[in-house]
Design a protein around this ligand. Structure first.
Ligand SMILES: NC(=O)c1ccc[n+]([C@@H]2O[C@H](COP(=O)([O-])OP(=O)(O)OC[C@H]3O[C@@H](n4cnc5c(N)ncnc54)[C@H](OP(=O)(O)O)[C@@H]3O)[C@@H](O)[C@H]2O)c1
Length: 245
């Protein structure tokens, strides 16, 4: 594939290396100094891959839509803009695939978490919380993946109806789901669902060991979105690849 990268930081550079190792070509690189402009996109660009900053995403998608190419958005922290982005994508008739986490294994982890939340909450003796840890340079907190996990648990754990991201001011209420974020060192990303009773603890954890896993997932997503129109998530792609709903 001929790719255009939007953002050339930690992830942009990793995508570039993994893409080139896989025989793909980087036809353009866009940065904050030289953002995407529809009229300057090289003719051979087939798909855009964005790992930039959340505030840059709406303008990028607008220009990419004007250029008529599909885009994979790995940047996190912009999801409150999703309705606006959806409109831009639908009007332009392009494809957009976004995910807070392109480690494809994490999407199977989401399914395990959903199943665990349904099972353990039914017994009435377990409580749960979500923990995440990322490198000190991560811009957004909680991570997009932690937000997604929190929504899954809230939807499937009977009795958990409120998400609590901040430090509790006293005792936590049983209907609150506590989500904690730590920032330290170089962790590419780790997310856990901790389930606890007076006598036992169950931990489901997804640990990313390197950024390459996100790059490989984003490249897979670029291939998948190339001939599709509309807004999709990595979960849609995985459902399609696994052939099940
Ligand atoms: N979905 C996933 O699987 C996944 C995995 C890892 C990370 N992420 C997310 O990906 C994003 C990037 O992460 P990162 O670690 O690569 O961050 P990073 O190292 O800070 O890189 C972001 C880059 O985007 C550039 N940028 C800023 N505005 C831009 C614009 N308008 N157009 C193009 N580029 C622009 C920044 O330039 P300056 O530094 O000059 O501002 C910076 O080089 C974050 O939102 C992170 O949470 C997602």
């Amino acid at each position: 594939m001929n790719l255009a990268l939007v953002g050339y930081g930690r992830m942009g550079k990793t995508v570039e290396r993994v893409a080139q190792e896989g025989g793909h070509r980087i036809a353009a690189i866009y940065t904050d100094v030289e953002p995407v402009r529809a009229d300057r996109v090289p003719a051979d660009v087939e798909v855009f891959i964005d790992f930039s900053l959340p505030e840059a995403v709406p303008a990028t998608v607008r220009e990419v839509a004007r250029s008529g190419r599909p885009i994979v958005v790995g940047t996190t922290g912009w999801y409150e803009k999703l309705p606006e982005i959806r409109e831009i994508v639908q009007e332009a008739g392009i494809g957009l695939l976004y995910s807070p986490n392109f480690a494809l294994g994490v999407h199977l982890f989401f399914r395990l978490v959903e199943w665990a939340a349904r099972l353990y909450s039914r017994l009435g003796i377990y409580d749960c919380c979500i923990q995440e840890i990322h490198h000190a340079g991560k811009a957004d907190s909680p991570s997009g993946t932690a937000l997604r996990l929190a929504e899954i648990v809230r939807s499937h754990w009977g009795g958990k109806s409120e998400l609590l991201f901040d430090r509790p001011s006293g005792r936590i209420a049983s209907h609150q789901l506590h989500v904690t974020s730590a920032r330290c060192g170089f962790f590419p990303g780790e997310h856990s669902l901790v389930i606890d009773s007076p006598e036992d603890t169950i931990e489901l954890r997804h640990r990313t060991r390197s950024r390459e896993v996100f790059a490989r997932g984003a490249l897979r997503a670029a291939e998948w979105i190339r001939d599709r129109k509309g807004v999709f998530t990595a979960e849609d792609m995985l459902t399609d690849l696994l052939g099940q709903s």
